[in-house]
Design a protein around this ligand. Structure first.
Ligand code: NAP
Length: 499
C-alpha cells in the first residue's frame, strides 16, 4: 500500500496523485460548529490556477483510465471499500467535527458512502449497453457506454462524505477522471476520501480534489473547456445559474437542489409511528437534509394528537455537541445558516403562523461555543406562507391541517420543489393514490421522507432536479455517453433496405 502523509493541521489539494499547496498560498481554518475552539484543520483557499492544474492532471490521466477494463476499475473501488471500513471511526469523527451532525448520524453517513462505493465497484462488471436485432441480414447492432472525459463534481456541506461518494464512485467506474470541489465549509472528510482512493491504488490524476470557494474554484471548473460534464448538488440559486452556464457550453449537467418535503398523516394512521418518523425526518441532522421533513399535513380528526406529540417530542430532544454521548441534535452548520433559521422563524410569526415550541438560539454554557438552535414547531400554517413555500434547511416543522386526502395532496404539491414526500396511513388505496399524485422524485409510505439507498435512483422533480437521477445504474449513466454500432459482416456492399 502506498503511503501518503498529510500534516494534521494543514491540508493541501490532491492533484496528480500528490498533496499540492494552493497556488494562492492561502488557507482557511475549518471549525467545529458545535465548538468554535475546535479547529478541524486549515484547508486550501484555492483559486482558478489550482482548478486548472487539477483539470490538466485529470486530462493527462484520462486515456489510461478509460482504457482500463471496467471490472479492474471496479476492483480499485472495492479495495477502497476495504480501507474505508477500517477507517470508519476516523471518518465519522471528522465528519461530526466539520459538519456538526451527531456521531451516530456521521457514522450512518459514512456507511452510506461506503455502500455507494461498494455498489459501483460491482457496476464495473455491468455498465450495460444493449444488443438488438438489425433490419439487415448479417449485421450486429449494439450500443456501448463510453466515458465522457474530465468531469467536475461540486458538492454541498450537508453530506460532506456521502455526496462526494455518490458522485465520485459512478464517475470513476465509468472511466472518467474527476476533479472534486467540496463545499468550502466542509472539506475534511472529502480529503480523507482522496487519501483512501490513493491508498487503494487509483492511478495518479484519475481523482483530484481542489478545496476553495465556489466563486473561484467552482467557476473555474464549470467554465473550463476540458471539463465535459458537471455534477452539482446544492442550492437552487447556485444550481440554476450553473445549469445555464453549462447549457451555453453545451455540456452535460445534473443539478440536485432544494426540497420542502411533506409528510401527510391520515386519520387512520398509526400515530406513534407517524410522529416518531416525523421527529426523525425533521430534526435529524438539525433539519439540514435536502430530504428533511419540513411540512406536516394532517387530517383534522387527529391533528391535535399529532401536534401534541410533535411538540412533546421536540422538547425532549437533547441538543448539543454531537461528539458527546446522548445528544440527539447538533448545531446549525455555521452562523449564516443559524441566522437563516432564526429569520424564517420571525417570518413565520409575522405571517400569522403559531409558534408552539422552540424558535430561539440556545445560549449559555457550552451553547455559547457554537450555533445551537431549538427544535421548532409551527401550527396554523397555510400553503401560501413563506414557511410553507421556501426551504429553511433548519429544524423547523410547519403543520397544516386539512379535511380530506385530496386537500392533503393539493397542499403537498403546492410548492416549487419536488424531492421527497411521505404518507402515513393503513389504507392501501389512499397510499397508492398519494404515490400516483405526489409530484416528487421519491415517495415513502409509513416511513420518514429521508433516506436513500445505493441501488435506488435518488433525485427530485420540479425545480429540485435537473438532469439524470443519482445513485443506482442511472447514476452511472450520467457519466457515460452512448455509441450505437452497426457491424456488417456480409463483406459485401449493399443498400440499406428498411420495410
Ligand atoms: P450552495 O451554496 O449552492 O453550494 C453548493 C456547492 O456549490 C458548494 O461547493 C459551493 O461552494 C459551490 N458553489 C457556489 N457558488 C458556485 C459557483 N458560482 N460556481 C460553482 N460552484 C459554486 O449549497 P449549500 O448551501 O452548500 O447546500 C445546501 C443546499 O443543497 C440545500 O438547498 C439542499 O437542499 C441542497 N441539497 C440537495 C440535495 C439533493 O440531492 N437534492 C442533497 C443535499 C443538499 P462554496 O462551499 O464555496 O460556497
Amino acid at each position: 500500500m502506498r503511503k501518503l502523509q498529510q500534516s494534521p493541521e494543514r491540508f493541501e489539494n490532491y492533484i496528480g496523485g500528490q498533496w499540492v499547496p494552493p497556488a494562492t498560498g492561502e488557507y482557511a481554518p475549518n471549525r467545529n460548529p458545535a465548538d468554535l475552539d475546535d479547529v478541524v484543520g486549515h484547508y486550501p483557499a484555492s483559486g482558478a490556477k489550482d482548478a486548472q492544474a487539477a483539470i490538466q492532471a485529470a486530462k493527462d490521466a484520462f486515456g489510461g483510465w478509460a482504457g482500463t477494463p471496467a471490472p479492474s476499475r471496479g476492483r480499485i473501488l472495492a479495495k477502497a471499500v476495504e480501507i474505508f471500513r477500517s477507517r470508519i471511526d476516523e471518518l465519522a469523527r471528522a465528519l461530526c467535527r466539520e459538519e456538526g451532525k451527531t456521531l451516530a448520524e456521521s457514522r450512518g453517513e459514512v456507511m452510506k458512502g461506503i455502500n455507494l462505493f461498494e455498489f459501483y465497484a460491482g457496476e464495473g462488471f455491468r455498465l450495460r449497453g444493449k444488443t438488438v436485432p438489425s433490419e439487415m441480414p448479417k449485421t450486429l447492432t449494439f450500443t456501448l457506454r463510453q466515458p465522457l472525459g474530465v468531469v467536475a463534481l461540486i458538492t454541498p456541506w450537508n453530506f460532506p462524505f456521502a455526496i462526494p461518494a455518490w458522485k465520485s464512485a459512478p464517475a470513476l467506474v465509468a472511466g472518467n477522471t474527476v476533479v472534486l470541489k467540496p463545499a468550502s465549509g466542509t472539506p475534511a472528510t472529502a480529503m480523507l476520501m482522496a487519501k483512501v482512493l490513493h491508498d487503494a491504488g487509483l492511478p495518479k490524476g484519475v481523482f483530484n480534489l481542489v478545496a476553495g470557494s465556489g466563486g473561484s474554484v467552482g467557476n473555474a471548473l464549470v467554465d473550463h473547456p476540458d471539463v465535459k460534464a458537471v455534477s452539482f448538488t446544492g442550492s437552487n440559486a447556485t444550481g440554476m445559474a450553473l445549469n445555464e452556464r453549462c447549457a451555453r457550453r453545451g455540456i452535460r449537467v445534473t443539478c440536485e437542489m432544494g426540497g420542502k418535503n411533506p409528510v401527510v398523516v391520515l386519520q387512520d394512521a398509526d400515530l406513534d409511528l407517524a410522529c416518531t418518523g416525523i421527529l426523525q425526518g425533521a430534526f435529524g441532522s438539525t433539519g439540514q437534509r435536502c430530504t428533511a421533513t419540513s411540512r406536516v399535513i394532517v387530517q383534522r380528526p387527529v391533528s391535535q394528537q399529532v401536534i401534541d406529540a410533535l411538540v412533546d417530542g421536540a422538547r425532549r430532544l437533547k441538543v448539543g455537541n454531537g461528539l458527546n454521548a446522548g445528544i440527539d441534535m447538533g448545531p446549525a452548520v455555521d452562523e449564516a445558516q443559524l441566522k437563516t433559521d432564526l429569520r424564517y422563524i420571525e417570518v413565520g410569526q409575522s405571517e400569522g403562523a403559531k409558534l408552539l415550541t422552540g424558535g430561539r438560539q440556545l445560549k449559555g454554557g457550552d451553547y455559547d461555543k457554537g450555533y445551537f438552535i431549538e427544535p421548532t414547531v409551527f401550527t396554523g400554517v397555510e400553503p401560501g406562507m413563506r414557511i410553507h413555500q421556501e426551504e429553511i434547511f433548519g429544524p423547523v416543522i410547519a403543520i397544516i391541517e386539512v379535511d380530506t386526502l385530496d386537500e392533503a395532496v393539493d397542499a403537498a404539491n403546492a410548492v416549487e420543489f419536488g424531492l421527497a414526500s411521505s404518507i402515513y396511513t393503513r389504507d392501501a388505496n389512499a397510499a397508492m393514490s398519494f404515490i400516483e399524485r405526489s409530484e416528487v422524485g421519491m415517495v415513502h409510505v409509513n416511513n420518514p421522507t429521508v433516506g436513500g439507498e445505493a441501488q435506488l435512483p435518488f433525485g427530485g422533480w420540479k425545480s429540485t432536479g435537473i438532469g439524470e437521477r443519482e445513485m443506482s445504474e442511472e447514476g452511472a449513466e450520467f457519466f457515460t455517453q452512448l455509441k450505437t454500432v452497426f457491424f456488417d459482416y456480409t463483406g459485401q456492399a449493399r443498400q440499406s433496405k428498411i420495410y
